[in-house]
Design a protein around this ligand. Structure first.
Ligand code: FES
Ligand SMILES: [Fe+2]
Length: 433
């Protein structure tokens, strides 16, 4: 439970908000690199309550410009794309992707342009994504190098969708193991019947609806473990599924093959990026790509139909809170569907978005099942506090070994799930604490 003031502090991401300033201290992914080609027109991007323009120059360099022109604020979405830079249509000032001012045709002094710098932001291209850093230049952190970034494109499948609610409540669903066997009951039942590695790995979750939960703080965020007693042909044992929350908005799944980034567009809308990867399978090639997307429910048809694309978000003719997300009460009555919603993603979206654009946490009733939720609040608020006090937030400046930060799962006999965590991670945490 959080009072109104603390809840606002947790959720608001604008440039003057505590959490907004905190998020601006990290590299954030904002779009798939494949969605921005050389020769494309400038593309609007929203991030942390501000508007930007993404564009790739004829040298292949991706850039992120503030939407508002350095001169007198005309929109750079209207700019002319001229190969080596974007030229504002109002007075013709022209900017390269690194902020170099190439031309200011309405100013006679040829040296004027060398004294000013365009409103561009550092951009990196890694792991099939474009990443931006929006914070103070002198505080730019080291870029996190995840092992999946080294895989070839065909072994990495990236999806992006948008949801009409605050980012915190979207992340909550990712550190909330106990909803899986209930909200996603039908999907999990089906997963036992299909021949997909991913599906089978999650199948055990429906066998125990009230997992024991535990968390472990780290120098990048926290590990979150769901422990389920399983009684099967091999006897009685404890299965541990351990996810990693990486500040400020990433969750790594217990199977160690999905990274999710939950990046605020503004206070009430969120971009949700999934990176699925495999060392061995070409996930990004058909037929595997289509099968995978279909099982997860992230096909272009689903995203368009449920209003989860930039173009369809908030449209009245798509499922939304005003029309009860087109919930199928008939199917529920017939016992064919628990939620009345068609798939995993739609279920998660309806659960998150139906709580309101920025969920009111003054009237929630948290239980033992919500250990991950309370830890999420505490972790994010502690990052905001650190930034306010001029200290480094979690994961920044701590020399984190990103190759060891991952979700994991396994059977534990001694009940100490921490032994599953990639070697030495916790010891390192203690040393640097
Ligand atoms: S407002 Fe852009 S050049 Fe004047
Ligand atoms: Fe879910």
């Amino acid at each position: 439970m959080l009072n109104h003031e603390t809840n606002q502090r947790l959720c608001r991401v604008g440039p003057d908000d505590a959490m907004g300033q905190t998020m601006r201290r990290y590299w954030l992914p904002f779009m798939s690199a494949a969605d921005l080609a050389t020769g494309d027109e400038p593309r609007g991007v929203e991030l942390l309550g501000e508007r930007f323009v993404a564009w790739r120059d004829d040298g292949g360099r991706a850039g992120l410009f503030h939407e508002s022109c350095l001169h007198r604020g005309a929109s750079m979405r209207l700019a002319r794309a001229e190969g080596d830079g974007l030229r504002c249509i109002y007075h013709g000032w022209k900017f390269a992707v690194d902020g170099t001012v190439i031309d200011t045709p309405n100013v006679a002094d040829p040296n004027f342009k060398t004294r000013i710098k365009g409103r561009t932001f550092p951009v990196r291209e890694a792991g099939g994504l474009l990443w931006a850093y929006l914070g103070p230049r002198e505080q730019e952190p080291a870029f996190p190098h995840w092992p999946w970034m080294d895989l070839p494109d065909e072994k990495r499948l990236i999806t992006r969708h948008v949801e009409e609610c605050n980012f915190v409540q979207v992340i909550e669903g990712l550190v909330d193991s106990s909803h899986l066997g209930l909200l996603h009951m039908n999907g999990l039942q089906k997963s036992g019947e299909v021949d997909l590695g991913f599906a089978q790995k999650v199948n055990s979750m429906q066998r125990n609806l009230a997992p024991r939960l535990d968390v472990q703080e780290t120098d990048f965020g926290f590990y979150y473990a769901a422990l389920r007693e399983i009684d099967d042909a091999q006897g009685r044992h404890t299965e541990a599924r351990v996810a990693a929350f990486v500040a400020p908005c990433c969750v790594l799944n217990p199977n160690g093959d999905i990274a999710t980034f939950v990046v605020p567009l503004d206070d009430g809308r969120t971009s949700f990026i999934h990176v699925f990867w495999s060392e061995s399978l070409e996930l990004n090639r058909d037929p595997l790509r289509s099968r995978h997307l279909e099982f997860i429910g992230l096909t272009p048809e689903v995203l368009d139909g449920f209003g989860l694309t930039d173009e369809t978000l908030g449209r009245a003719d798509r499922p939304n809170p005003r029309n009860n997300f087109h919930q199928d009460r008939e199917a529920m009555r017939r016992g064919e569907s628990w939620s009345g919603l068609p798939g995993l993603i739609e279920e998660d979206v309806a659960a998150s978005v139906s709580a309101g654009a920025v969920r009111d946490r003054a009237h929630e009733t948290l239980s033992i099942a919500d250990v991950g939720i309370t830890r999420l609040y505490r972790t994010l608020l502690s990052c905001a506090e650190a930034v306010e006090q001029g200290k480094l937030p979690l994961g920044i400046g701590r020399d984190v070994d990103w190759s060891r930060v991952q979700g994991t799962h396994g059977v534990v006999r001694s009940d100490d799930w921490r032994e599953l965590i990639p070697a030495r991670r916790l010891a390192e945490t203690k040393e640097t604490a």
